[in-house]
Design a protein around this ligand. Structure first.
Ligand code: IPM
Ligand code: MN
Length: 351
């Protein structure tokens, strides 16, 4: 297969972890007879420095003409510590998601056998956990009207959802549930928020179209607790943008590290594959960041093209590295650790 991949390394540790993912993809391409054409483009703080726009049109053009996007991370402390900054790197990611129509963010949570005893959670709670959080990605409070009034002393962010926005993400949730264990949990705050009541009534009305799916409705605060305490009770969870952002970071603890968790953003014919972690600026350039989330995001990318042998091979080699202790410091738990590049090279050589 010939693949055109837009490569958006972004900021902080983005370039380092993406470099490792590319190394692994190249080996896979050679082994399975694919040809990958990488199209690098700027995004985030790097793009602001270059042209003042965190997601410039030139980058959008490259994304639009590619088959998929492999993305590193976005964010820079220069902007985090300056609340008055007019342009922020994160706006680039949001603009990209919106302009590409990527309304569904798929964040799987699973465990790695070799990490079970190293988790802050008890083995029996997490062994065999396998659920997916489906996060709505281009609406809600992230995109509603926001601003200041009263000379800047009052600030507001508005959470807005339309019925059709809820329907399209819920449809994905039902479809995913049908492919898995036919259980769907809708996470909301319907006891307080009007948007959540719209979510609940919309999804309730869709239940009749999927009679085999058992749907539950739970409040997000309770889910935040149960997800850690009884992760086995979940299979597919569907939720709005901000709740999904929080819950997916929380869920990464079950797997063992933020540095392990990949994600796919879908909705149009061009998928975006990215680690759930941020740009981790404190680690940038130090060769200590975990490249596995980026590598596993590449696995999700191959899977999206129906190339499951390729994605399985990548997942297998990551598991092998974990078993053999070829890990970065976040997973070394005081033992021996390897650099970002060394882990990447090991994965590429062993895949
Ligand atoms: C994520 C990130 C982003 C988000 C940030 C960087 C804008 O935290 O992908 O989860 O909040 O969506
Ligand atoms: Mn997040």
């Amino acid at each position: 297969m010939k693949l055109n991949i837009a490569l958006l390394a972004g900021d902080g540790i983005g370039p380092e972890v993406i470099e490792q993912a590319v190394k692994v993809c190249e080996v896979i391409a050679t082994k399975y007879n694919h040809e990958i054409n990488w199209n690098p483009a700027l995004a985030g703080a790097a793009a602001i420095e270059d042209c003042g726009d965190p997601y410039p049109d030139s980058t959008h053009k490259i994304c639009k003409s590619s088959d998929a996007i492999l993305f590193g991370a976005i964010g820079h402390p220069k902007y985090d510590n300056d609340p008055t900054a007019k342009v922020r790197p994160e706006q680039g990611l949001l603009k990209m998601r919106k302009k590409l129509g990527l309304f569904a963010n798929v964040r799987p949570t699973f465990t790695f056998p070799s990490l079970l005893d190293k988790s802050p959670l008890k083995r029996e709670r997490i062994e065999g956990v396998d659920f997916v959080i489906l996060r709505e990605l281009i609406s809600g409070i992230y995109f509603g009207e926001k601003g200041r009034r009263d000379n800047g002393d009052t600030a507001f962010d508005t959470c807005v959802y339309t019925k059709s926005e809820v329907q399209r993400i819920a449809k994905k949730g039902f479809e995913l549930a049908m492919m898995r264990s036919k259980k769907l949990c809708c996470v909301d705050k319907a006891n307080v928020m009007e948007t959540s009541r719209l979510w609940r009534e919309t999804i309730q009305a869709m239940e009749k179209d999927y009679p085999e799916v058992k749907v539950s409705y739970e409040f997000v605060d309770a889910v935040a607790m149960r997800l850690i305490q009884w992760p086995h009770s979940y299979d597919v969870l569907v939720t709005e943008n901000l709740f999904g952002d929080f819950l997916t970071d929380e869920a990464s603890v079950i797997s063992g590290s933020m540095g392990l968790m990949p994600s796919a953003s879908i909705g149009s014919d061009i998928g975006l594959f990215e680690p759930i972690h941020g740009s981790y600026p404190q680690a940038a350039g130090l060769n200590i960041a975990n490249p596995m989330a980026a590598v596993l995001s590449a696995a999700m990318m191959f899977e999206s093209f129906g190339l499951t042998k390729e994605s399985d091979a990548i997942r297998k080699v990551v598991n092998k590295a974990l078993e053999e202790g070829i890990v970065t410091v976040d997973l070394a738990f005081g033992g021996e650790s390897y650099g970002t590049k060394e882990v990447g090279t090991w994965l590429a050589e062993n895949v």
